[in-house]
Design a protein around this ligand. Structure first.
Ligand code: NAD
Ligand code: TYD
Length: 342
């Protein structure tokens, strides 16, 4: 069946992977990619879709109701909302833009989706809304929200507004909450692409604190598969966790990358910890597995090998990003953290 879907944030890491995934699986769908092209948006990620008559890019802000209205007025069969400010470190230095985009932007989309009776609206959220775990336990969908960073607080606020739209207006919404993603096209400010690209450039690898914070890693394509299943088959008003059950301390990830690239561990540079740094994330994905038969395809070792190889083969992609404005950000961010970092 033909469907017309709005994807927000489609020029970012997960959004561009999702657009490729959907365009490949549902070639008959019309995909409208709305993205503001902030520092994190990159149309290079979608070059392969240029000329595809069922794909269209529109540059715009999710908070700009006037601009968005005509796109909703033409009729949409669904919306998948990924556009966001997504980096915790940036949320510490500039929380206001996170409130603007992640909270107010989501409310603008919700209001328009309700006005134009969009039959399905999926909010792509994060496990970070649950807060931090100790050494044991998992995040299930019923765990009370306890976000700790301005980023996770803004995502939790958006999730509550989405659920409020369901309870108050019966709006057909769904939420996915995913653990840390890795894969192609990830902006090199996030742990894995930053470490791969720095190691290739023989630059210091800045590990926060003691390096023992734990993240639960999921290949982005497995996340896309989960989003697809929830969008098409999930129960409205429900939250679905998506996670790969791949818990690793950060230092292990860094060492794995060093080894795979044949570099020296002397590149590892411990730097001052991130303020309020969540210790451990771990997802319980039983619900999506049972209800929607979601099963990740990538085991972590294979997924990382493929990912490292992608960054090796696409050096121009990340080198272009790392020159220019990002360079100034990097100096500012890591300059402040300086311990032994240079
Ligand atoms: P990203 O930073 O790579 O991409 C975000 C995209 O949103 C960019 O293309 C940017 O240009 C766009 N954008 C930002 N502000 C906008 C605005 N006001 N209007 C329109 N577009 C705007 O982020 P990502 O890692 O791809 O994450 C996508 C979504 O998934 C986010 O909602 C994030 O919270 C969520 N998520 C990410 C992860 C992860 O590990 N990366 C894990 C769980 C959930
Ligand atoms: P990140 O990729 O920023 O994702 P998130 O904070 O949303 O989980 O960071 C992943 C982990 O890696 C987190 O514990 C912080 C740590 N980290 C470093 O140690 N050094 C770095 O340079 C970065 C970017 C992250």
């Amino acid at each position: 069946m033909k469907k017309r879907l709005l994807i927000t944030g489609g020029a970012g890491f997960i959004g561009s992977n999702l657009i490729h995934y959907l365009a490949n699986k549902y070639p008959q769908y019309e995909l409208l990619n709305l993205d503001l092209l902030t520092y994190a948006g990159n149309l290079e990620n979608l070059k392969a879709l240029e000329g595809n008559p069922n794909y269209r890019f529109v540059k715009g802000d999710v908070g700009d109701r006037q601009f968005l209205e005509p796109y909703f007025a033409t009729g949409l069969d669904g919306g998948i909302h990924l556009a966001a400010e997504s980096h915790v470190d940036r949320s510490i230095t500039q929380p206001d833009i996170f409130v603007q985009t992640n909270i107010l932007g989501t409310q603008a989309l919700l209001d328009l989706a309700r006005k134009y009776k969009v039959p399905r609206f999926l909010q792509v959220s994060t496990d970070e809304v649950y807060g931090s775990l100790g050494e044991t336990g998992y995040f299930s969908e019923t765990k009370p929200l306890a976000p700790n960073s301005p980023y996770s607080a803004s995502k939790a606020s958006a999730d509550l507004l989405v659920l409020a739209a369901y309870h108050t207006f019966g709006q057909p919404v769904l939420i996915t909450r995913c653990s840390n993603n890795y894969g192609p096209f990830q902006f090199p400010e996030k742990l894995i692409p930053l470490m791969i690209s720095n190691a290739l450039e023989e630059k210091p690898l800045p590990v926060y604190g003691d390096g023992l914070n734990v993240r639960d890693w999921l290949h982005v394509k497995d996340h896309c598969q989960g989003i697809d299943l929830v969008f098409h088959g999930g129960r409205v008003g429900e939250v679905y966790n998506i996670g790969g059950n791949n818990e690793y301390p950060n230092i292990d990830i860094v060492k794995l990358i060093i080894k795979a690239l044949g570099k020296s561990e002397s590149l590892i540079t411990y730097v001052k910890d991130r303020p309020g740094h969540d210790r451990r994330y771990a997802i319980d994905a039983t619900k999506i597995k049972k209800e929607l038969a979601w099963a990740p395809e990538y085991d972590f070792e294979r997924g990382m090998a493929i990912t490292i190889n992608w960054y090796l083969e696409n050096q121009v992609w990340w080198q272009t990003i790392k020159s220019g404005a990002y360079q100034q950000y990097y100096q500012k961010m890591y300059g402040q953290r300086e311990r032994s970092f240079s």
